[in-house]
Design a protein around this ligand. Structure first.
Ligand code: C5P
Length: 419
C-alpha cells in the first residue's frame, strides 16, 4: 500500500509560448495567503497568450489589492456582484459568457465547499454557475484542511461534475506545516490548462492500462505484495483520457482517486488482474502494462491464520509462478499496441531492450528504481525504447511523463497506420 498520500504534485509539458493564444481566461482568486501567487499567474497566463480578467472574492481582497491585478491584467478587477458601474460595463452574465476558461487559483477550502454546494452567494461562485466554460480549481490550504474528509468529498464531487482539480502540491506551507495543500506553481497551472486544451492525440482509441501492485494472499491476514504506489499507471490512465481515449484501468490495491472519465476495475491478485486484462485486451487498441505484478504466489492460501508452532519455529512457503499478463497480451492475434514497463536497478537500456524483444513489445518504458526514483516517489525518469528508436524523458512529475509517453504511443501508432 502507498505510504504517501494520493495527491502527488502534478506537472505537465513545459509552457508553450503562445500555447493559450487568444484564450479568454477568467481568473478567480479566493481568500488565502497564496492569493499573492495569483498575481504571478496573471503574468504567466498572459505570457502564454491568454487574455485575462480577474475576479477577487471579498476575502481575497484582504490579502491582495485589486490594483495589482488590474495593472497586471490590463483590465478592471471585479470583487462584488453589487458594483453598479462594473455591472453597467460588463454584467456578470456577460463576463460568464466572455470566458473560454474559468480558473480559480488559489481555491480555498471555503470556495471549494461553496462550489460543491452550488452556491451563488458572491460574484465568483455566481460566475461559476452562470458560465458554460470549463472550470478549473487549484486548491491551496493548510494540509489538515485539505486532508479533511469534507474537503476531500467536495473535491471528489467537483471532479465528478467535470471540474478540473489542479494539484495541490506537497511541501512546506506558510503555516509552518508540511504536507499536501500548496498551490501549484504558476507555470504548472498554465501548462495543465494548456495540456487540457491541447491536441487530442488518442481521440477514439480504446486504451487498457494495468496499474499498482498485486497482493498474493498467504492466509486470511497476510499477503506478499510490493512497493508500487500505482501512481505511474494512474497518471498514464489520466493522460490517455485527457488525450481523448476511452480508458479502462485495471488497478491492484492502491489508495488513489480514479482519474476523471476513466473506467476502473479493482483487482487484488495477479491472477485476478490477468483475467480482467485478458477479457478486455482483444477489443483494446492499446495495452499499457504499468502494474508491478507479483511474479510468484503461494501455492496454497491457508484457510485460517497460520500459527507459530513454537518460539523458534520457521515457516516455509511454497511459491508458484504467476501468469505473465504482458506476454499473454502480446501473444494475442490480433493484438493491441503493447507497451510494457521495466523497472531496473542497473544497465537499464540493455535490460529493457532485451525485454522489448523477448516479450515482443511495441514500446517499453524503462526506469531505474532506487535512489529516490521509481516506485514510491512522485517523480520519475523514463527511457522509452521501441524497435527502431529511443527517447530519454528527464526526471519529472509522473503526470508529465505520462503525457510524453502517451504522445509517443500516438506518434508510433500514427506512423504505423500510414506505413
Ligand atoms: O519481466 P518483468 O516483470 O520485469 O516485466 C515488467 C513488465 O511486464 C511490466 O510492464 C509489467 O506490468 C509486466 N508484467 C505482467 N505480468 C507479470 C509480470 C510483469 O504484465 N506477471
Amino acid at each position: 500500500m502507498t505510504r504517501r498520500e494520493a495527491h502527488a504534485p502534478e506537472r505537465f509539458v513545459p509552457v508553450r509560448e503562445g500555447g493559450l493564444a487568444g484564450v479568454r481566461v477568467l481568473l478567480g482568486v479566493s481568500g488565502g495567503i497564496a492569493a499573492y501567487k495569483g498575481a504571478e499567474l496573471v503574468r504567466r497566463l498572459r505570457d502564454a497568450g491568454a487574455e485575462v480578467r480577474v475576479v477577487l472574492t471579498e476575502n481575497a481582497a484582504r490579502f491582495v489589492t485589486a490594483l495589482t491585478f488590474q495593472a497586471l491584467s490590463g483590465h478592471p478587477v471585479r470583487t462584488s456582484l453589487w458594483d453598479e458601474s462594473a455591472e453597467a460595463a460588463m454584467g456578470h452574465i456577460e463576463l460568464a459568457r466572455w470566458a473560454d476558461e474559468v480558473v480559480i487559483a488559489p481555491a480555498s477550502a471555503d470556495l471549494l465547499a461553496r462550489l460543491a454546494q452550488g452556491q451563488a452567494d458572491d460574484l465568483l461562485t455566481t460566475l461559476c454557475l452562470a458560465t458554460a466554460a470549463p472550470v478549473s480549481v487549484a486548491p491551496a490550504m493548510n494540509q489538515q484542511m485539505w486532508a479533511h474528509a469534507a474537503t476531500q468529498a467536495n473535491a471528489t464531487l467537483l471532479r465528478s461534475r467535470g471540474v478540473n482539480v489542479f494539484g495541490p502540491a506537497s511541501g512546506g506551507q506558510a503555516c509552518g506545516e508540511f504536507g499536501a495543500g500548496r498551490l501549484l506553481e504558476a507555470d504548472e497551472i498554465v501548462s495543465l490548462l494548456q495540456a487540457r486544451r491541447g491536441p487530442r492525440e488518442l481521440a477514439g482509441a480504446r486504451v487498457l492500462v494495468s496499474a499498482g501492485p498485486t497482493y498474493e494472499d498467504i492466509d486470511p491476514v497476510r499477503f506478499i505484495g510490493n512497493r508500487s504506489s500505482g501512481r505511474m499507471g494512474f497518471a498514464v490512465a489520466e493522460a490517455a483520457a485527457r488525450a481523448g481515449a476511452e480508458v479502462v484501468l485495471v488497478a491492484g490495491p492502491v489508495a488513489l482517486a480514479t482519474p476523471v472519465g476513466v473506467e476502473r476495475i479493482d483487482v487484488r491478485s495477479a491472477r485476478e488482474m490477468h483475467e480482467a486484462v485478458l477479457a478486455r485486451a482483444k477489443s483494446a487498441d492499446v495495452f499499457i502494462a504499468a502494474a508491478a505484478v507479483g511474479d510468484f504466489r503461494p501455492r496454497d492460501i491457508a484457510v485460517h491464520k497460520l500459527k507459530k508452532a513454537s518460539r523458534d519455529s520457521g515457516l516455509e512457503l511454497s511459491l508458484v509462478q504467476n501468469p505473465d499478463i504482458l506476454a499473454d497480451v502480446a501473444a494475442l492475434e490480433p493484438r493491441p499496441f503493447v507497451v510494457g514497463f521495466a523497472a531496473e536497478t542497473e544497465q537499464v537500456e540493455a535490460h529493457a531492450r532485451a525485454k522489448l524483444e523477448r516479450k515482443r513489445l511495441d514500446l517499453i518504458a524503462a526506469n531505474e528504481v532506487g535512489a529516490g526514483l521509481g516506485f514510491e516517489s512522485a517523480d520519475n525518469a523514463l527511457l522509452l525504447l521501441w524497435p527502431d528508436g529511443r527517447e530519454a524523458l528527464e526526471r519529472a512529475g509522473k503526470v508529465e511523463l505520462a503525457c510524453a509517453l502517451v504522445s509517443r504511443i500516438a506518434a508510433l501508432r500514427a506512423a504505423r497506420a500510414s506505413a
